[in-house]
Design a protein around this ligand. Structure first.
Ligand code: BES
Ligand code: MN
Ligand code: ZN
Length: 481
């Protein structure tokens, strides 16, 4: 989809479909000659009620009127949802080029929402369908406004495409998205995007680095694990080096502590955090944000085999901490432990990790908020603020010495699985906290928010959760807006 901004009037853009947003009490912003749009509103066929749709034809184009609700509640999320609704109707009607008439007097972030809602709603994953049931989709999106919106539209296009790219990585099944293939995708981004460097290490190298925790997870699989390190250091970067760390377990069977069969297929999504980091790094570099950022992604399968780690095994992480593995299904924290240490060793001064880490976060927060846990109030607030602005909200859960006490090991320093399962998401975070030293760090548990959330612009399958949030963290870090 080609995406652009213009100050040309919608009808002059040549788009076959024009979308007009209706704000309560404000009528039709620009009607066509015969007053057809206002007539539709007067008759009650078109309404300003949120997401109400009506279609008209006139002046050689198709018009979709979509309700935006009240002016004072017109935020980016309203824009995303309305744009997704309009796109759905436009697709049904066979639209190939679509022009959004930007509502009057809205901030750039609402324009960003319109682009994101359209691009995210137009996403289809059909790589493995032998016949394309979904049709061809729209090829051109134009945002028309009286003033210049070129900058926010271009930025939103980069970010929304990165989100959809992350969704492709998520949705690809584990036999087509092995650690090696995921790493290859990261390498391809490095080839394509100026200033983005990508280095990948395999089993031998990560073992010789002393990554005994990551290595323990990987040892059960025939697939080569991959330590993916991406760097972007903008020439105008100022401020502390940012470290983004992602869990990319390309398939989590649970290992010897095998998961039940029922929903095991969903564990192809256990690489969602890594996918978000890889695509956020790509977007940050494409946008040339003035930041110094390193992305570290630990990619592996978690498999049962004759070589697998076993309950009770003790391993030594790269930072010297000894870990008792009491449940091989608590593998994400083992992978992240060494990746966090690596990010710190590579000079990260602010850390965000993103991971589908615990079932407990799904129980606590469902599919609406992701959980965030942090050792630093200011950094937690910065990350939560970025999530709010990006439309990927996160809710903070506490850390506490009493939670930290729960992960004490009987035979080793710490255990990867607390027996009584109390505060499962928090004890996982307490585990991770042992690997970040005193670097301000925020851990985002996206286990409930990364797929099948039911949101209109990404209801089924992977939704790329984390990409928008991480780019926004970087933007705020760079002092943009
Ligand atoms: N990848 C899972 C977490 C998960 C579960 C994500 C369900 C999405 C949906 C993780 O590796 C895991 O298995 N966690 C265990 C930890 C437990 C054994 C301490 C869990 O949450 O049950
Ligand atoms: Mn697991
Ligand atoms: Zn997992």
């Amino acid at each position: 989809m080609e995406i652009s901004a213009t100050t040309t009037a919608p009808i002059e853009t040549g788009a076959d479909t024009i979308v007009v947003g209706l704000v309560e009490g404000e009528g039709v912003p620009h009607d066509i000659e015969d007053g057809a749009l206002t007539a539709l509103l007067d008759r009650g066929e078109a309404k300003a009620t949120r997401n109400h749709l009506a279609v008209a034809h006139g002046s050689g184009a198709r018009w979709i009127l979509v309700g935006l609700g009240a002016r004072d509640a017109l935020d980016p999320e309203t824009a995303r949802v309305a744009a997704a609704k309009a796109l759905g109707r436009a697709r049904e009607l066979g639209t190939s080029s679509l022009c959004w008439e930007v509502p009057h007097k809205v901030d750039d972030d609402v324009v960003v929402g319109l682009v994101e809602g359209t691009v995210l709603a137009s996403y289809r994953f059909a790589s493995f369908k032998t016949s394309d049931e979904g049709g061809s989709g729209i090829s051109r999106l134009i945002l028309s406004d009286h003033g210049d919106r070129g900058q926010p539209v271009a930025r939103a296009a980069v970010v929304a495409r990165a989100v959809n790219a992350a969704r492709d990585l998520q949705n690809s099944p584990a036999n087509h998205m092995t650690p090696t293939l995921l790493a290859q995708h990261a390498r391809d981004l490095g080839q394509e995007i100026a200033g983005l460097s990508v280095e990948v290490e395999g089993r031998e190298e990560l073992i010789s680095r002393g990554m005994g925790a990551f290595g323990a997870v990987a040892q059960g699989s025939d697939e080569e694990p991959q330590l993916i390190v991406m760097r972007y250091a903008d020439p105008d970067a100022s401020g502390p080096r940012l470290g983004l760390v992602g869990k990319a377990v390309t398939f989590d069977t649970g290992g010897i502590s095998l998961k039940p069969a029922g929903k095991m297929h969903e564990m192809k999504f256990d690489m969602s955090g890594g996918a978000a980091v890889i695509e956020a790094m790509g977007a940050i570099a494409r946008l040339r944000l003035p930041v110094d950022v390193i992305g570290v992604v630990g990619a592996t399968e978690n498999m049962p085999s004759g070589r697998s780690m076993k309950p009770g095994d003790v391993v030594t992480a790269m930072n010297g901490t000894t870990i008792e593995i009491n449940n091989t299904d608590a593998e994400g924290r083992l992978v992240l432990a060494d990746c966090l240490t690596h990010a710190v060793n590579e000079g990260a001064e602010r850390l965000v990790d993103v991971a589908t880490l615990t079932g407990a976060i799904v129980t606590a927060l469902g599919s609406t908020y992701a959980g965030v846990m942090s050792n630093d109030d200011d950094w937690a607030a910065a990350v939560a603020g970025a999530g709010e602005r990006a439309g990927e909200p996160v809710w903070r859960l506490p850390l506490h010495q009493e939670y930290a006490d729960l992960i004490k090991g009987q035979y080793a320093d710490i255990t990867n699985a607390v027996e009584n399962r109390k505060a499962g998401s928090i004890t996982a975070a307490e585990f991770l906290a042992r690997f970040v030293g005193d670097v301000p760090w925020a851990h985002i548990d996206i286990a409930g928010t990364s797929w099948n959330t039911g949101r209109s612009y990404g209801a089924k399958g992977g939704n790329g959760m984390g990409v928008r949030l991480l780019v926004e963290v970087a933007r705020a870090h760079a002092g943009e807006d």
